[in-house]
Design a protein around this ligand. Structure first.
Ligand code: UGA
Length: 439
């Protein structure tokens, strides 16, 4: 099949490359000429494990192409995916749909023959109706079916998530579009990934409901962690104890410094706004958003307390800056609020991250960046593990201690068993557990 991806950002690029890997002919389009030129040379603008290899091999096989020319690609396409950004609109938190609607207008002018137009971008309920209206207004003769097909990819695990999805949600009731979408996802047949066909609005809402539920689940375990700290329980064991109940499930119960990234913060906020406008407020998600926002700065207070209540003039070493491991994405990363709060209190901050330092440097030029964990530990008054990159899981703790001024480890991802750290002579502060309960 001939597929077109409008938008060669994270979603467009991963989806386009994976569809090409399944044997479809894919053209990825972007307005950014520099990005397209780089992609043609095999240079990937984002860090996603495995993506460069899939892009290069499919481009070499001629199945994956990059261009800025939307019109001729759309004219020849069977399916056109809209995978442009939907950032939070400045001021009111609603999703900014101007790129989606702009793409719809351009598609309308270019389509020829029956074409399925699919919104892959995360869009509020009713956006598909508006995309359809725009296309019909712009070109009353266009023979299109507008379908919703949200993505559920996690950064850092996007290729696996695309190729082995838990489910594929497709919102359309148009028989011709149903058949085309079956063909698009036929390569996943062997994996028995369920294809869920539903009405378009249901599909749009499913995406928000999934992200909001996961954000709420993380926030729930984070609040249980706070309670454990007050009452003396161990959140890791509580998470295991509830997670083995199949009705609850063990995923997304890892307590930490709060969720970040380009999806949960934006999508929870957009759902809150949509629900308020529909006069059906979602109090649980409103609270989730507020609790998570507060949590990031609360983590800085934890660090300050671990340093004896005062960080003025002290050096704090930060391990990990990105919002999670295996990405270079700094958007809404808890590290940003934590570092800002520490600087506000007069701390000197030094940081290291395997992939995120380039992006971090533009956002936080005032901090020092090191070459590796040991480099930043030198003369530090505390070391704070913020992102659980694999390379932080087996640090030489003795060496770290010998380099530091004060042996204080604040482990915001519970990577290390407290007793082990304490046995090495550290003061240890984790999330939702006391040293004695881990003994
Ligand atoms: C999320 C969803 O997991 C994807 O299914 C969805 O497609 C994507 O948003 C999207 O809408 O595009 P992503 O933001 O890449 O994916 O990352 P997650 O792995 O979900 O992590 C989000 C945040 O939650 C991170 O800051 C992570 O550290 C935090 N988290 C996650 C926890 O604090 N605890 C957990 O147990 C899990």
């Amino acid at each position: 099949m001939r597929l077109v991806m409008i938008g060669s950002g994270y979603v467009g690029l991963v989806s386009g490359a994976c569809f090409a890997d399944f044997g479809h002919e894919v053209v990825c389009i972007d307005v950014d000429e520099k990005k397209v030129a780089a992609l043609k040379e095999g240079k990937i603008p984002i860090f996603e494990p495995g993506l460069d290899q899939i892009v290069q091999s499919n481009a070499a096989a001629g199945r994956l192409k990059f261009t800025t020319d939307l019109a001729s690609s759309v004219r020849a396409a069977d399916v056109v995916f809209i995978a442009v950004g939907t950032p939070s609109r400045r001021g009111d938190g609603h999703a900014d749909l101007s790129y989606v609607y702009g793409a719809a207008r351009e598609i309308a002018r270019a389509v020829e023959g029956f074409t399925v137009v699919v919104t892959k971008s995360t869009v509020p309920v009713g956006t598909g109706d508006e995309v359809e209206r725009i296309i019909r207004d712009e070109n009353p003769n266009a023979d299109v079916a507008v379908v919703s097909n949200p993505e559920f990819l996690r950064e850092g695990a996007a290729i696996t998530d695309f190729k082995r999805p838990d489910r594929i949600v497709i919102g359309t009731e148009e028989p011709r579009a149903i058949e085309v979408m079956r063909q698009v996802y036929r390569p996943l047949y062997i994996n028995e990934s369920p294809l869920l066909f539903c009405e378009r609005r249901t599909s749009e809402l499913t995406k928000y409901a999934a992200n909001a539920f996961l954000a709420m689940k993380i926030t729930f375990i984070n609040e249980i962690a706070d309670l454990c700290e007050k009452l003396g329980g161990d959140v890791q064991k509580v998470a295991k104890g509830i997670g083995l109940d199949k009705r609850i499930g063990d995923k997304f119960l890892h307590a930490g410094p709060g969720y970040g990234g380009s999806c949960f913060p934006k999508d929870t906020l957009a759902l809150v706004k949509t629900a308020q406008d529909a006069d059906s407020p979602m109090r649980l998600i409103e609270t989730t958003v507020a609790v998570n926002d507060n949590r990031k700065r609360a983590m800085a207070r934890k660090v300050i307390a671990a340093c004896g209540g005062e960080v003025r003039g002290k050096t704090i070493a930060i391990l990990g800056l990105t919002f999670k491991p295996n990405t270079d994405d700094m958007r809404e990363a808890p590290s940003i609020s934590i570092i800002q709060a520490l600087i506000d209190k007069g701390a000197i901050v030094r940081a290291y991250d395997p992939e995120g330092m380039e992006a971090a440097e533009t956002m936080m030029p005032e901090i020092e960046y090191g070459q590796n964990p040991y480099d930043i530990a030198r003369d530090a008054d505390a070391i704070v593990l913020v992102t659980e990159w694999d390379e932080f899981r087996a640090l030489d703790i003795g060496r770290i201690k010998s380099l530091m001024k004060e042996p204080v480890l604040v482990d915001l991802r519970n990577v290390y068993p407290p007793q082990e750290i304490i046995a090495q002579g550290f003061r240890h502060v984790g999330i939702g557990r006391q040293p004695k309960s881990d003994a």
